[in-house]
Design a protein around this ligand. Structure first.
Ligand code: NAD
Length: 499
């Protein structure tokens, strides 16, 4: 049987790439080759940008309510195909079906936000800024925008980008992760089915070479990137050096502060889900529990809860989570667990060497719990991106805040407490962009923005919400005057003429 070849979406149709460079897309639960993804040729990437540039001329003239209607159809289609997309996603990422549905749903919510594009594009007006003169602003699209997305949310993150960018009147070139390109391909098919004009969206596949070509392309105006911190730095530096508008969402090390007055079972349930859910491969996963004072006594209970958690295949509804994305990712996690032990952290529970019956070749990593972790250890300094939770013991809330503020990342965090005063101090003083109060993973809904800080975000304007619209648009400010009649003499002095 021939292997499915992932097509490019180029010049309005799905086409097989001419490239001879291809990677297998594997089911992480058994290494089965699901498809092959091409690394687009130089010419194909150029054709994608050229087609998007040409399409921009007419798409920018389409009235925003008409663009919104396409987004409404798209939202409807995505909902109708919710489970079908989730199944594709679950098979190529290994996520459980419930988690895969969540990935799709969080993307659909951004499309719903894009349906409001007309009101989001409203400018401002001040009448009579001087006698007979009005000033107003309008918000206009940029041109060709590019999105480069990671493996861990192959539905949600592409949907953070292209629907909003296109609703703003731009055209878009998407370069999805080469590790799970089937889900974004399905999203693109449904986008065309929803009535999107040909060429407003192009999809090219590849890796560093294709991304670098896009970063340097003179007809690309803006770049959205989501992925690991080192790649984010490369993209931000190169993109801005090339005078593009760039936003980069990068890696994380998210902490949960547990105060002694927090409800213990709530803490344990939330810590398990937030650290091991999706095999810890979420940028908002909690990877560090900061146990304040007596809450350090929760470690044995946590260990018991870790012991009963086990990974499984996507359609096993009793599985807590699935395999990690690749054998390489698995090995990296196992190596870091060993490093943690060598560094002197206490490995309270090590379930990492686990296998799943009938799926022995899967990239399985069982849950791992450390305590006694110190800030100078490599397992604390690096993003592990696996089902590994580090417990650190601190005496006071002030100590917890100081430790977190010294961490270079600032994506998400949470505090579990019964004290309003502690929660308020925490939300005020913490240098992290997304804060949960008795909410472990505080991902904002799309009418807000996704606001990581520090090394977790490079740029100025964040994803979706009003900031996403600002990122994908430019503001034009118009000062206008209409004469009733001509005057007798010239008035060269600007201040006088404005009086
Ligand atoms: P990654 O950085 O390896 O890849 C991301 C994208 O960049 C892919 O499309 C890939 O093809 C491309 N890429 C890889 N190396 C490149 C290079 N050298 N030059 C140019 N492009 C390159 O990330 P990943 O492993 O796919 O995703 C996981 C990472 O993404 C984690 O670090 C996670 O924290 C982060 N992430 C962050 C957020 C956020 O909002 N902050 C959200 C999701 C994921």
């Amino acid at each position: 049987m021939s292997i499915r070849q992932i097509p490019l979406l180029l010049e309005g149709s799905f086409q097989e790439s001419a490239s001879s460079e291809r990677l297998p897309v594997r089911n992480p639960a058994n290494q089965e080759v699901l498809a092959e993804v091409p690394f687009a040729t130089h010419g194909e990437v150029n054709r994608a940008v050229a087609a998007a540039k040409e399409a921009f001329k007419s798409w920018r003239e389409v009235p925003p309510p008409a663009r919104a209607r396409i987004m409404l159809s798209y939202q409807h289609l995505l909902k109708a195909h919710h489970d079908e997309i989730a199944e594709i996603l679950a098979k190529e990422t290994g996520k459980t079906f419930a988690d895969a549905r969540g990935d799709v749903w969080r993307g659909i919510e951004v499309v719903e936000h894009a349906c409001n594009i007309s009101s989001l594009l409203m400018g401002e007006t001040v009448e009579n800024v001087a006698n007979g003169i009005d000033t107003y602003s309008m918000i206009q699209p940029l041109g060709v925008c590019v999105g480069i997305t990671p493996f861990n949310f192959p539905a949600m993150i592409p949907l953070w980008m292209f629907p909003l960018a296109i609703a703003c009147g731009n055209t878009f070139v998407l370069k999805p992760s080469e590790q799970d390109p089937m889900t974004p391909t399905r999203l693109a098919e449904l986008f065309l089915e929803a009535g999107a004009p040909k060429n407003v969206l192009q999809v090219v596949h590849g890796g560093r070479d294709q991304v670098d070509q896009l970063l340097a392309h003179p007809d690309v105006h803006a770049i959205s990137f989501v992925g690991s911190a080192p790649v984010a730095e490369h993209i931000y530096r190169t993109g801005t050096h090339n005078l593009k508008r760039v936003q980069c969402f990068a890696g994380a090390k998210n902490h949960m502060v547990v105060m002694p007055d927090a409800q213990p079972q709530q803490v344990i349930n939330n810590l398990i889900g937030a650290s091991c859910g999706a095999a810890g491969q979420r940028c908002m996963a909690i990877s560090v529990a900061l146990l304040v004072g007596e809450s350090k006594n929760l470690v044995p209970q946590l260990a018991e809860a870790f012991k009963v958690m086990r990974p499984g295949v996507w359609n096993d509804s009793s599985a807590a989570y699935g395999p990690v994305i690749s054998p390489k990712a698995r090995q990296r996690i196992l190596d870091l667990v060993q490093i943690g032990k060598d560094e002197g952290a206490t490995c309270v529970f090590d379930g990492s060497q686990v296998t799943v019956p009938d799926h022995e070749t899967g990239n399985w990593v069982g849950p791992v719990l450390f305590s006694g972790v110190k800030a100078d250890m490599q397992i604390y300094r690096e993003e592990i991106f696996g089902p590994v939770l580090l417990c650190m013991e601190v005496d006071t809330l002030e100590d917890a805040i100081a430790l977190m503020n010294a961490n270079p990342f600032g994506n998400g965090c949470s505090i579990f407490t019964a004290s309003g005063a502690a929660a308020r101090k925490f939300q005020h003083e913490i240098e992290v962009g997304q804060v949960g109060i008795n909410v472990a993973i505080p991902v904002p809904l799309p009418f807000f923005s996704f606001t990581g800080w520090k090394k977790s975000f490079l740029g100025d304007l964040h994803a979706y919400g009003k900031q996403g619209v600002r990122f994908y648009t430019e503001t034009k400010t118009i000062t206008s005057r209409w004469f009733d009649e001509d005057i007798a003499h010239a008035a060269p002095n600007m201040t006088i003429s404005l009086k």
